[in-house]
Design a protein around this ligand. Structure first.
Ligand SMILES: NC(=O)c1ccc[n+]([C@@H]2O[C@H](COP(=O)([O-])OP(=O)(O)OC[C@H]3O[C@@H](n4cnc5c(N)ncnc54)[C@H](OP(=O)(O)O)[C@@H]3O)[C@@H](O)[C@H]2O)c1
Length: 334
């Protein structure tokens, strides 16, 4: 099929008074950067970082006008490399997509072939975006905790920001693998949702946020997936058990971490950083294979909300306030 000259995309522009507006516009193929692959995007998704890019955060996106979307799943529409054939299904997450490269909130993207993962067998394009960067990051956290020796017989595993994208998928994967998951949330009315995902118990955000000033508290967690940073991450460190493993991937609460050395030198706690953006192709493919096979979770229920590009803007505002539950899939076909 010949490539169209123009296509639909979200465009975020900076106004003269330094505010940012989001519009759904027609863009030209010639406006996309040069790339080995042109992908016709079928689905994208909403992550916290997308909301930052779509709101003018220059730490994420330096120049506007810009099309956000750090995730895209679609079919190869044009390829200058033998590694990918026209018509093949691909997933693109991270690297520079949607940051300073025109992103997935667009019917077409143009990218280096090294950014694309072939759609694993058994995973649909829609479900790959139900996971998206959030699910991929949750999978990387679980891979990292397992690689450092976490097993389900060691005790409770805490997930913070549990109703968010990364949090809700981490809860689901860990529960599927038989871990005893404790979910920490600021949304008191979402206990049933978290229980349905497989959390054995739920604690409030306040309980996960120790303000006593003490360097250690009673050790409880064998493992932690922390998506919020700040004092909740500091609390996770001081409430981890002997040898506890804490995977840190987010900063929804704060980018600061004020802690003492005592969790590390008195309990042998390990703080494991997780970065989903530049993961090399081998572990990247491995994580997607796991999501498509033994770590597959139920993506049919209320974990996933779908919307069109036109319906996305209010959801972007909501995620910035911590108000989204689970994952939002953006249907570019709609
Ligand atoms: N390292 C990486 O490569 C990587 C990849 C993906 C995401 N991230 C980061 O991970 C974090 C989560 O991303 P996401 O896409 O899952 O975002 P999200 O859907 O907005 O989830 C974040 C969750 O954190 C909790 N939260 C929000 N504001 C908070 C606050 N002020 N204090 C404490 N908790 C708060 C909320 O959950 P509850 O209401 O349930 O508490 C919220 O749903 C973000 O910081 C994102 O930038 C990093």
């Amino acid at each position: 099929m010949p490539l169209p000259q123009s296509f639909k995309a979200m465009v975020v522009s900076e106004t003269a008074d330094k505010t940012f507006v989001r519009e759904i516009k027609q863009r030209e193929l010639s406006e996309l950067p040069a790339g080995e692959l042109i992908v016709e995007v079928k689905y994208s998704s909403l992550n916290y970082k997308d909301a930052l890019s779509a709101s003018g955060n220059k730490g994420v996106t330096r120049k506007y006008p810009h099309t956000p979307g750090i995730d895209a799943a679609g079919v190869v529409a044009d390829s200058t490399t033998r590694a990918f054939a026209v018509g093949e299904g691909v997933i693109v997450t991270g690297f520079d997509l949607g940051m300073n490269t025109s992103g997935g909130y667009s019917r077409f993207i143009s990218i280096p072939s090294g950014w694309a993962v072939k759609l694993p067998q058994g995973l649909s394009l829609r479900d790959s975006m139900a996971y998206g960067t959030a699910g991929f990051t949750a999978a990387l956290c679980v891979m990292r905790l397992s690689a450092y020796g976490l097993t389900k017989d060691q005790g409770e595993v805490l997930v913070t920001g549990a109703t968010g994208g990364v949090g809700s998928i981490a809860v689901s994967i860990l529960a599927k693998l038989g871990y005893e998951v404790v979910a920490a949330t600021g949304k008191a009315d979402e206990k049933d949702f978290l229980t349905r995902l497989g959390a054995k118990s739920i604690i409030s955000r306040e309980e996960a946020n120790d303000t006593s000033g003490r360097p250690l508290q009673k050790g409880r967690w064998a493992g932690v997936v922390d998506t919020v940073g700040g004092n909740i991450l500091a609390t996770a460190l001081k409430t981890a058990k002997d040898g506890g493993l804490v995977a840190a991937c987010g900063n929804a609460m704060s980018a600061d971490l004020v802690t003492s050395v005592f969790p590390f030198i008195l309990r042998g706690v390990s703080l494991l950083g997780v970065n989903s953006v530049d993961v090399p192709m081998r572990p990247r493919t491995m994580a997607w294979q796991k999501l498509a096979n033994e770590w597959t979770i139920d993506l049919s229920g209320d974990l996933i909300t779908e919307c069109s590009l036109e319906e996305l803007s209010p959801k972007i505002d909501l995620i910035l306030k911590g108000g989204i539950r689970g994952r939002v899939v953006v249907d570019l076909n709609a």
